[in-house]
Ligand binder design. Sequence first.
Ligand SMILES: Cc1ncc(C[n+]2csc(CCOP(=O)(O)OP(=O)(O)O)c2C)c(N)n1
Ligand SMILES: [Mg+2]
Length: 273
Amino acid sequence: MLTEERRAFLTQRARQARALTLEAIYRVGRGHIGGTMSIAELLIALYDDVMRVDPSNPSWPERDRLVVSKGHAAPIVYAVLAMKGYFDPKLLDTLNANGTTLPSHCDMRKVPGIDMTAGSLGQGLSAAVGMALANQMDHRDSYVYAIVGDGESQEGQVWEAVMLAAQRKLEHLIVFVDDNGCQVDGFTGDILNMRPFDQKYRAFGWHAIYVEDGHSFDQILDAIHQAKQTPDRPHAIILNTVKAKHVPGAENTYQSHCFSLTREQLDNSLRNL
Ligand SMILES: Cc1ncc(C[n+]2csc(CCOP(=O)(O)OP(=O)(O)O)c2C)c(N)n1
Ligand SMILES: [Mg+2]
């Protein structure tokens, strides 16, 4: 259970991450708003409370790693990395502009703190499984975290990685499914329903936890704590989230996936935050 003060601090950090992201996307003209806003609390929980990282040494071999397999969420990952001191927040002004070092999708060669390049959906979990397997073979106690979209989970490669992780008992692998119910051009349930995710992961031999409110720091952190208490299996934490959370008029719509904010929408969102 978080203290009142800690919860308020984390909430403020998530607000800041959302604001930096929306401002950067507004500046570039268009971007992935829905799927960035649905993982704000998760990223803040990971970077401010959970992950063992050193922003002054991004390639520290003993660090915990994060693979954001839904690589289109890069703008908010960059915002959080900048807030952690990996690079100057002023760089966010160049998001996805010509010549930038902050491209629209997660890029490990250009951005300090990004552990895996992603954007071609379905591939990131395979990389995370490889990292967790390497840690296991090297007797490292570091954790590997991955974030996978609900629409992304329609990719067959996700389930190949899931099978191998269970076979190799990767107990230091924790995968978050951002179950916001929307993909690019429709509701995931209408296009190819993937729910219930927790039962699917369990059937594949994983330890799975369903989190009712994927924007609650208490619930996210409790689930991670529970995962770390459960040996011999990889862990899936299914987060029931809201696409475009805290963007007035866009919440829970698939049309929020990638769009241009008007000045008025940006101002409303910032006021709302
Ligand atoms: C292999 C592949 N196919 C298609 C795309 C285009 N694409 C980008 S995001 C997206 C939808 C993803 O939906 P979901 O995983 O639910 O993401 P979220 O709702 O979290 O934004 C698609 C189809 C892609 N990036 N990679
Ligand atoms: Mg989705």
